[in-house]
Design a protein around this ligand. Structure first.
Ligand SMILES: C[S@@+](CC[C@H](N)C(=O)[O-])C[C@H]1O[C@@H](n2cnc3c(N)ncnc32)[C@H](O)[C@@H]1O
Length: 320
């Protein structure tokens, strides 16, 4: 493969040219994959992702170091592996035979391959067209088979993606399990809300959802300024934050079953130095993990925040 350089502003790395097709927020999927590859090498790993190194790309570790600088923690920020393991646990507990699973902003997540799925599981992978084609190309060359039926839904979530999911075979009358890991804070506020709300509208009672969210303190802490500036320069700024994660999810039709933070029971795994403090001062960064269920059918436009609709464009219909 030939080399190309400098696709993250302020950072020069050699990378296979295929990786240069991923830009801005799609690149974030490469460094979260690099974090999973690093975790996989640990003797005390919280999960094993044998595909993560391949998907992260040759310069994945450099990308990860660029965004998660060493001063955060010598052996890497423990939040990313805790988060991945928490989503793994959620999916293992929620997906039963024949279930539809929808990964929103699924990125380079290889759960379709690395987790063992009950018979009849169908996974809908929703992400940007170029990201999904990069991922599929590498996985096809690698040659392993997925442990469930995988269906691609290449869309821009800022457009109306609901018909695309239905076209891919999603059945709104059958129960589903939705997950959005490391996605919502990259979206503008209204879009983050709309995404969770549309999931509720497309799901039927008995369906489940897991998301992670960040608190607004992230944007006030001086310590995080370099990280946030790097994200912005790379074209993938963090945008949406809330200090009311349960309310955010509940107002969009979901009943919250679990709200936890790294360090708390259910999101510790012996890897977080201290329990989260619920009286954490507002300026400190917080990350929330929320699991929820749908108890009654959600009608379109039920909340004011989700009432604004965007229409599909030529660019996104049929893309990818
Ligand atoms: C930080 S990555 C997380 C990926 C994966 N869930 C993980 O945990 O590794 C964010 C993902 O959201 C996707 N994403 C962000 N904005 C999007 C949009 N408007 N439409 C579709 N996908 C989007 C990106 O392409 C990227 O794959």
């Amino acid at each position: 493969m030939s080399s190309a350089t400098g696709y993250v502003a302020g950072m020069t790395t050699d990378a296979p040219s295929r990786e240069t097709t991923l830009r801005a927020v799609a690149q974030t999927a490469r460094w979260t994959a690099a974090a999973r590859a690093r975790e996989t090498e640990r003797p005390d790993r919280l999960f094993s992702d044998p595909f993560a190194g391949l998907l992260a790309g040759t310069d994945g570790p450099a990308l990860l170091r660029h965004f998660h600088t060493a001063h955060a923690a010598e052996d890497g920020n423990p939040f990313l592996p805790i988060r991945t393991r928490w989503f793994d646990d959620f999916l293992r507990a929620s997906v039963t035979s024949g279930r539809q699973v929808v990964g929103l902003g699924v990125g380079l997540d290889s759960r379709a391959y690395r987790l063992s799925w009950p018979p009849g599981t169908v996974m809908f992978e929703v992400d940007q067209p170029e990201l999904l084609s990069y991922k599929n190309e590498l996985l096809a060359a690698e040659g392993s088979g997925a442990g469930c039926q995988r269906r691609m839904v290449p869309v821009d979530l800022a457009q109306d993606w609901r018909a695309r999911l239905l076209d891919a075979g999603y059945d709104p009358h059958d129960r589903s399990v939705w997950f959005a890991e490391g996605l919502l804070f990259y979206l503008p506020d209204q879009l983050a809300g709309q995404t969770v709300e549309w999931a509720a509208e497309l799901a039927c009672p008995g369906s489940r959802l897991a998301v992670d969210l960040i608190g607004t303190g992230v944007f006030r802490l001086r310590y995080l300024r370099t990280f946030l500036r790097r994200l912005e320069r790379a074209g993938s700024p963090w945008r949406f934050a809330t200090d009311e994660p349960a309310r955010f999810v509940a107002e969009r039709g979901w009943r919250v079953d679990e709200l936890t933070e790294p360090g708390d029971p259910g999101a510790n795994y012996g890897r977080w130095p201290e329990r989260a403090n619920t009286s954490t001062p507002a300026n400190l960064p917080r990350s929330f993990l929320v699991a929820a269920s749908l108890t009654e059918r959600r009608h379109p436009g039920a909340s004011a925040t989700g009432a604004r609709r965007t229409e599909p464009t030529e660019d996104t219909i049929g893309a990818g």
